[in-house]
Design a protein around this ligand. Structure first.
Ligand code: AMP
Length: 127
């Protein structure tokens, strides 16, 4: 059973224009903006405009047009930030936290784009 969507989550409020964001890019189906508490020199969030909680919710339930737009928006923002790897330079990490074990704070799907420095090891070990 997927989480039910909370219309009062902070990203829903951003999408409704109730609170501001530092916008990076926008398309028909998604919005990209700077994270308010950056964890890397460049830290941008990409969110779909539709009411999806997690990556699995989105991938299974969104329309193809939304999925294509979101996927391309992530790539376009990486290009806009100038972090797409060329030879041995630049690069980025994409993260999408889901649910309690993923330590998701905001229950509206978002992909973190982290870049601008070596982002370090993938995660701490839990084995
Ligand atoms: P997560 O733990 O994956 O749910 O990440 C939520 C992210 O949203 C965190 O990195 C927060 O810093 C970020 N965040 C929370 N509120 C805002 C906001 N109003 N504008 C931009 N980023 C936010």
């Amino acid at each position: 059973m997927p989480y039910s969507y909370d219309e009062q989550n902070i990203f829903a409020k951003i999408l409704r224009g109730e609170i501001p964001c530092n916008k990076v890019a926008e398309s028909e189906h998604c919005l990209a903006f700077h994270d308010i508490a950056p964890q890397a020199p460049q830290h941008v969030l990409v969110i779909p405009k539709g009411a999806y909680v997690t990556y699995d919710d989105f991938a299974l339930n969104a329309r193809d047009a939304e999925i294509i737009d979101f996927t391309r928006m992530v790539a376009k923002v990486c290009g806009q930030l100038g972090v797409c790897p060329t030879e041995a330079q630049a690069g980025y990490r994409l993260i999408s936290n889901a649910g309690p074990d993923g330590m998701q704070e905001v229950p509206h799907l978002h992909v973190h784009i982290l870049a601008g420095a070596n982002i370090g090891p993938l995660t701490v070990k839990h084995t």
